[in-house]
Structure formats: C-alpha cells, structure tokens
Design a protein around this ligand. Structure first.
Ligand SMILES: NC(=O)C1=CN([C@@H]2O[C@H](COP(=O)(O)OP(=O)(O)OC[C@H]3O[C@@H](n4cnc5c(N)ncnc54)[C@H](O)[C@@H]3O)[C@@H](O)[C@H]2O)C=CC1
Ligand SMILES: O=C(O)C1=N[C@H](C(=O)O)C[C@H](O)C1
Length: 267
C-alpha cells in the first residue's frame, strides 16, 4: 500500500470532517495521515475513527500538524483554514479548502498559498452543484437581453447549525449571474417597504431548517413565466466525494490555483 496518498483532515471532529475521515478510510487509494481540530476541541487526543463512529483507525485528533501528509482537506472554520493554509504553503502540501464564510481579506490570504503549493478553494465540492454552476451561467447568458427583464433570486436552505449566511455557494451563484447579466446590487432579504424591485438586484434568501444538508434554487423570474433551477444534497457524502477527487487531482499538480471544474472535467 506504499502508493496510497496520505491525507490530512482539518476540522476532523466536525460534521463534514467526520465523513471525510470515514470515506478516506474506505478508499483503497487513500490513507488517513493526520486528523486536526481546534485547540479547544473536546475531541483532541481521541481516535479520529472513533469520533466519526467508524471504529479505531489509529490516528489521534491533534491541534497541530506533526505527521507527514501529501494533501490536506479542510472543512473547518475561517480561523482553522487560515492556520492550515499557512502550514500547507510552508511545507508545500496540496490544500483542498472547503470552508466558507471567509472575509475578502481572509480569502486573499488563503489564495496566497497557491504561490507555493497546489490549491483548490471552492464553496462547494459536489459534482451536481458544480454542474449546476455551468447551467446557471448558461441560463444567465441566454436571458441577459430578455426584453421584459429578468429578476434573479437565490434561495438556499441549510441545517440549523450553519454559522455563515448566505451560504458560500449562494454567493458564488450570485457572482456567476452578475458576471453574465451585470447586476450590481446584492440584496439580502427584504422587509418593510423597500419599494418596487430593481432589475439591477440579485436577492438572496437563507433558510435555516432542521438537518438540511444543502439546497440551492436560482429563480429567473420574467413577465409571464419563471425558471427555477434547483440542486439538492441528500447527504454530506456528496461534498466528500468531490473533496476526495480534488485531493487526488492536486497530488499530481504543480503549485497554483485549480478549480472544481478542473477536477470534475466540467471545463
Ligand atoms: N465546500 C463544500 O463543499 C462544503 C463546505 N462546507 C463548509 O465547511 C465548514 C465546516 O462545516 P461543518 O463540518 O458543518 O461544521 P462543524 O462546525 O460541524 O465542524 C467544524 C469543525 O472545525 C473545527 N474547528 C474550529 N476551529 C478550528 C481551528 N482553528 N482549527 C481546526 N479546526 C477547527 C471545529 O471544532 C469543528 O470540529 C463550513 O464552513 C461549511 O460551510 C460544508 C459542506 C460542504
Ligand atoms: O455548511 C454547510 O453545510 C454547507 N456549506 C457550504 C456553503 O456554505 O455553500 C456548501 C454546502 O451548501 C453545505
């Protein structure tokens, strides 16, 4: 098994990190090399597999990277991503960065790691969501000169525990639509008397309900008809499979910034 890729997981005790631990251990091409979490995590010192409910895997959760890994997968918090990006940049470890809710400054700091190491920074690792990004771009491009005007609204649903809103994916859908159609105002919810809707707006609506693992609907509203494009996750594994594909892809790359479209062959 000497050819196995050694994978580190940052945020290993979290909802996503636990599923990454389980699916890395099930993949014959991969081996769990390190499991990291916050220095305040009650999971420190525990076996990552035990925490993930899959039985002992012989890797303890630690707060610092001491073991050798080939690629790091991060599903943590902005502070966790910033720390691990610095380490990956210094040690030239490929980084799959999946954490959302970064400020523009934090995003730039993470992106700077691509000067010395292969990097993917993507708000969504799922195949279906990345394909939907292509479809939404095509719809926005085709509708941009619609004579009656098109109102675009982005609706997302996530579990009650999610800390950032709107989702990183919703914001990215908005960026794609604005690139194609030219809207300049990003409006988050509406209340009171905001007045008639302007065509220069993209509206965002973030629902937080139960254990929903993630749904996004893009509404293209016109006079007389509407197109709704929806993508729904059923389990968190949809994101993990994409992250594992990204880790394998980065292992063969030179330092630089890569995209999930590169990984999934969607370009
Ligand atoms: N790009 C994608 O496809 C996806 C991205 N996400 C994002 O991944 C992130 C994590 O999501 P969940 O697992 O649901 O959250 P979670 O709260 O269940 O897990 C986060 C984990 O990170 C740990 N953590 C906090 N600070 C840390 C630090 N400084 N260093 C290392 N670990 C630290 C926490 O202790 C926790 O175990 C969120 O930003 C979420 O939006 C989630 C799903 C898919
Ligand atoms: O926190 C989540 O759960 C998710 N976060 C990502 C986001 O903010 O876009 C991706 C996915 O929707 C699940």
């Amino acid at each position: 098994m000497g050819d196995q890729l050694l994978v580190g997981v940052n945020g290993a005790a979290g909802r996503m990190g636990q599923r990454v631990v389980v699916l890395v251990c099930q993949d014959p091409d991969l081996k769990l090399g390190s499991a990291l979490d916050s220095e305040n995590s009650p999971a420190l010192g525990k076996d990552a597999g035990e925490v993930a409910g899959t039985g002992s895997v012989g890797v303890e959760i630690q707060s610092e990277l001491t073991d050798r890994v080939d690629v790091m997968i991060d599903f943590s918090m902005p502070s966790g991503l910033l720390s691990v990006a610095k380490v990956c940049a210094e040690r030239q470890i490929g980084l799959v960065a999946a954490t959302t809710g970064l400020t523009p400054e934090q995003r730039d700091e993470v992106l700077s790691a691509s000067q010395t190491t292969p990097l993917i920074l993507a708000p969504n690792m799922s195949l279906a969501v990345n394909l939907m990004m292509k479809l939404v771009r095509e719809a926005a491009h085709s509708l941009k000169n619609s004579p009656s005007g098109v109102d675009v609204e982005v609706i997302e649903r996530h579990h009650r525990f999610k800390e950032d809103a709107p989702s990183g994916t919703a914001l990215h859908f908005g960026e794609i639509i604005a690139e194609e159609m030219g809207q300049t105002d990003h409006v988050h919810g509406r209340q009171g008397r905001p007045g008639a809707r302007s065509i220069s707006e993209i509206g965002y609506h973030a629902l937080r309900t139960g254990d929903n693992v993630g749904e996004h609907t893009i509404v293209f509203g016109m006079m007389g008809e509407t197109i709704d494009l929806t993508v729904r996750g059923h389990t968190r594994d949809s994101y993990v499979y994409g992250a594992l594909a990204a880790a394998k892809y980065l292992a063969a790359q030179r330092p630089g910034l890569y995209s999930m479209a590169d990984v999934l062959g969607l370009n």
